[in-house]
Design a protein around this ligand. Structure first.
Ligand SMILES: Cc1ncc(COP(=O)(O)O)c(C=O)c1O
Length: 198
């Protein structure tokens, strides 16, 4: 997002680490940001960890203090936690060894067709996708924003499908190891739920 100071910051917490079939959304869109925040995929979500990547000019600005001072002092108890760092390094190795970013790129077309097959089902007013991520927007119940989305989330959960909702939007971001038949299963469950949702 471009701020009034011409500063570009990318929130890559969801889009990073292969989800779009590229390392990061910045690479996918060919943008060089000033700053990027990442989490989730950095450890495959196994151990809590987040990171901030910045341009060298910004990094150097923080590194120019007194030699014995802690740069960007926040005092977090778990900063740079060795277990999280080990999980992250192992995750990065597996992404590479198993070619998972490539896999996500290869599945993106199948995923797109699958999620768009929900078009025309009750309550669906918009479907958006990119790489292995999608948003399915449902019409809100008048005066009760978010209720239909939450109902959809619960019904999917009961059937064995874990989704995420932001208001009345169902957010889907499956694991990069997903197989086509899993995608079919997800869409079949969503299809059933959307038809039975009041
Ligand atoms: C796009 C996006 N940015 C940031 C966050 C917050 O991430 P964290 O809890 O790791 O700080 C989330 C959490 O789901 C997210 O989806």
């Amino acid at each position: 997002m471009r701020s009034p100071w011409n500063f570009i910051d990318f929130d890559e917490v969801i889009t990073g680490f292969g989800r779009l079939g590229a390392s990061f959304a910045t690479e996918y869109f060919g943008v060089m940001p000033d700053m990027m925040v990442v989490a989730k995929g950095i450890t495959n979500g196994t151990v809590p960890m987040g990171a901030v990547f910045v341009r060298p000019e910004i990094y150097n600005a923080f590194m120019s203090g007194a030699e014995n001072a802690i740069e960007l002092f926040h005092g977090y108890t778990y900063s740079g936690h060795p277990v999280a760092c080990a999980a992250s390094l192992a995750t990065l190795d597996i992404y590479e060894q198993e070619g998972l970013f490539q896999r996500s790129q290869e599945l993106a077309g199948y995923w797109e067709e699958a999620v768009h097959s929900l078009k025309g089902l009750p309550h669906v007013i918009d479907i958006r996708n990119l790489g292995l991520v999608a948003g399915i927007e449902l019409a809100a119940i008048p005066g009760k924003p978010g209720d239909r989305g939450f109902d959809c989330f619960l019904r999917c959960y009961e059937k064995g499908l874990l989704t995420r909702t932001t208001g009345d939007i169902i957010a889907l971001s499956p694991p990069l190891i997903i197989e086509k038949h899993h995608i079919d299963q997800m869409i079949a469950m969503l299809n059933e739920v959307l038809k039975e949702l009041p």
